[in-house]
Ligand binder design. Sequence first.
Ligand SMILES: Cc1cc2nc3c(=O)[nH]c(=O)nc-3n(C[C@H](O)[C@H](O)[C@H](O)COP(=O)(O)OP(=O)(O)OC[C@H]3O[C@@H](n4cnc5c(N)ncnc54)[C@H](O)[C@@H]3O)c2cc1C
Length: 504
Amino acid sequence: MPDSFDCIVVGGGGAGLAAAYSAACQGATVALLERRPQPGGTTGIAVGSFTAAGTRWQRRAGINDNPVDHEEDVSLFADAELEARNNQPLRRFFLEHAAETLHWLQEELRLNYVGPNPEPPNRCPRMHNVVPGAKAYVVRFQLALRRLGVTIITGAAVTRLLQENGRISGVKVSQGGNYYQLRARRGVLLATGDYANNPEMIARYKGEEYRDIEGINPHALGLGHQLAEQVGASLVNMDITYGPELRLLPGSRRPFQQWLPASGIASRCMGWLAERMPGWMINRFIKRLLVTWQHPEDALFQDGSILLNTRGQRFVNELSWPEREIAVARQPDKISYLLLDGRLCEQYSHWPKFISTAPDIAYAYVEDYLRLRPDVTLRSTQLESICKRRGLDHCVLKSTLEEFNRHVRDGTVDSFGRPAAEFPLDTGPWVLLGPVKAYFTTTEGGAAINQRFQVLDQQSRAIPGLFAAGQAGLGGMVLWSHGLHIAWAMTSGRLAGIELAAES
Ligand SMILES: Cc1cc2nc3c(=O)[nH]c(=O)nc-3n(C[C@H](O)[C@H](O)[C@H](O)COP(=O)(O)OP(=O)(O)OC[C@H]3O[C@@H](n4cnc5c(N)ncnc54)[C@H](O)[C@@H]3O)c2cc1C
């Protein structure tokens, strides 16, 4: 293997794969370094939705849309305080290039999408879902990179950026207990993902109280943020996170969409079929994704559900966010359970109440969870039987319920500060959902960048030879709607690859 390349891409998730591909298409020699045994990152476990305006799928559906309207609508997702921290010029630049990235993915990688689907307050449907799921990005890019002769090195973690005369000139790599250096003639791109599962970074930037909350992707360690910081990069919006949210623990089996073919004729047939599937069939498909990843709705607590730890005790005012998530992360094994009585089960068995949703696309009810996630859903007329099967102490749970119901009867605030619920929890059949854990989905802080994807220092000057894309190069944007993170990973990767290859 050569020890120098035109471009070095650090991280083989969506942004890194897209960047390596587009840099190689410009004729550059490229090395892609991935610290895990396989490329993928958070991109590989995502749903795969890509939100963009002015796409050919929208036009086909008779929707006349544009990035200016999209930008206005995106600004309505976050609350005003958060939105005020958005890097507006960069987000506008991103949204202007999102649709062409989606077309590029279809044309270059033959990826198929269904949609567009609505997500208010977007004024029209903009969410496109890749078939069969985000794994398709990873599989197709890898095949394309091999064809282009890109050197993909897995199990290789970049531990330091090399700097000569102020310019980033290469990387130090750790692989299988050995260290070596690789030189980059044009530049190094950090596409290393987020830091959702780095307790030190979470505590430092967001607050000590969040330290115990994990990231959904256990490998999201913020290593690229640290590399950038070591050479003087400015990191922005580091305290902003997507979550914490309560999510059911994933099953021990691989999620079903990971089994579906993501390349070859079988996948192309699936894409063709997906575009022609009747609505009810798509709904069933999406429901499976919903019960794998989506979080239980907050409305469950507003309507009277409670959280129990493994002893059968309540431990927090379930109505208060993020105190609820912080408290869950402090329980034994960091887990807890949601309890629904017969009244809640009935309520959450049909519209307008649902356990989880991909808004306006599909809704999952109690029966869906019993059928599709029996590993985290128990139903019985006997509380005792549920307790036995999950190892909860039945006597403790009985007194927990007596205490909760006493406050309901008396109309008093309980010792956790929760106002009396409207109804007691006292009728079967009981449903226990869980274990749930508190998770960060992603973190939203990244290196400051300009529109050439160059990383900026504390004085907003470009650090020569250093580029960033995806979550590592979020540049202070607030991307609060579904489908914008993958859209950014792919768009920033595609454009950064071109910049990197053009660097002299
Ligand atoms: C469950 C889930 C579902 C999601 N679904 C969606 C969705 O449908 N749509 C959407 O828009 N967003 C979604 N997101 C968010 C989105 O998937 C991510 O924000 C996005 O994919 C990040 O892409 P990335 O390339 O920046 O990082 P990643 O995909 O995480 O890739 C980073 C890669 O860099 C590697 N790496 C890190 N450090 C080093 C190092 N020092 N040396 C070498 N390699 C390194 C990592 O191992 C990893 O492979 C979802 C997130 C989760 C958790």
